[in-house]
Design a protein around this ligand. Sequence first.
Ligand SMILES: [Zn+2]
Length: 520
Amino acid sequence: MKFTKYFPVLFLLSFLPFLAMSQGENVDLNMIYKIKQEGLKNSSIEEFAFGLTDFTGPRLTCSDGNARGNQWAKKKMEELGFQNVRIEAAGDLPSGGWDNLKTYAAMTAPYYASFACNPVAWTGSTHGVIKSQLVLVEAKAESDLEKYKGTLAGKIVLLPSSVTYEPSFDPLATRYTDEQLKELTMATSQPRGRRQNSDYSSYMSQRALQQKIKEFLNTEGVAVILNGSGTFNVPKSVGAKYTAGSPEPVAELNLPVEAHGRMERLLRHNVQVEMEVEVTNKFSSSTTVYNVIGEIPGTDKLLKNEVVMVGAHIDSWHGGTGAADNASGCIVMMEALRILKSLEVAPRRTIRIALWGGEEQGYYGSKGYIEKYLANSETKEHKADYDKFAAYFNMDNGSGKYRGIYIQENEMVRPVFEEWLKPFADMGASTITIRNTSGTDHIPFNSIGLPGFQFIQDEIEYGRGYHTVMDTYERLVMADLKQNAVITASFVYNAAMRNSKLPVKPAVKSPESADKNRMQ
Ligand SMILES: [Zn+2]
């Protein structure tokens, strides 16, 4: 064989890798077209939204409502033809289950007024109607509690508000402006910030004092504790520190600013206030946190055991119906797979959906899944499925439409996502930021070195809806959620069809170990 004879062929072959690279991501625009048509014209978003909010109700981790939500999701996934659908144990929540069965609160003197309140999760019951004088307990330091000793048993206690109400001139709902998106695009990766600033430490000492006050009121045997409603003036859903099996804490209610403010002002003007309160809560000893999982199996001989995952947390706080946080994420992910299923795609890799439990208490569901299949959380030792893990996409920033994606400092994935986002420029989703976003279920994946991502979303009404009684169906923007499902479906499809898994960040010396070396 003479070299010259084959030279043109060899010459071309030597360029193949470059040709392949310049060809980029090979986004199948026919498929994207079909995904858009199915997702925007035949959407099931409204139906899913009703199912996971109004129909199932709030889904506090380990509660009956949580179980109802899991059952609804499992049944729906089966109806949609997902495979290997299951409700799978993922860990143990120390506080166990808690459901509110009754809340009634009214002022009975100086005149009658009833109030809509939100009970604090994992606090106890009044065991019938309590009628009592209202006592304002004010403590700026632990020593201020001394004077109340022995005077509060059986009383309804009002804790003063920590914020002063002021009218807001900000819009209720917002979207990212072009300028803000540009800023995100131009952002550089953030240096490791110092966690301790003065705001943070004063917040922590306030929290510690609040905890001391609650302990004192419990020991004194008060009947009910009443709190204000915090920054957005809407009753917040929060939970008390509790371990299953220990004595139930005193019943505690969060009041709307108007109710709380009126009674606090009356008391400060030395007008006697009397209230009637009845609260019934149910504790359950079941501490198991569950995930709901389903999939569209892969079809490629070599790649079908690799997995592209999408997820969102199905647990919520108990005040509203956990609509923006995070039924919205769950239904977008379910709709993304429904779209692909209805288009009868044959993905090369397996596409798996996980609706996580226990996110609000600390990523119990996603961490449990990782522990079971991907890596030991302590030793970081990889498990069987680690090397078959291709990508994870999460949604948990409310109901707003996608404006792009956070690449979690994974610079290698930028050119890939640039191509994947191109067909969605007209939907306003083209921003790529190197920034990390945190606070939800993609973080445990990142922490074991796997490519987990979350999309940039418009905020809409996230402020006043976030963990409050206002987080209901009304907070959902259906048109935005439909777009999100379409973009998720195409990202997932691209990730499932790509020749290789998404690039991961190469290992580098962590700043801590670099510091250590310097010190030695
Ligand atoms: Zn959330």
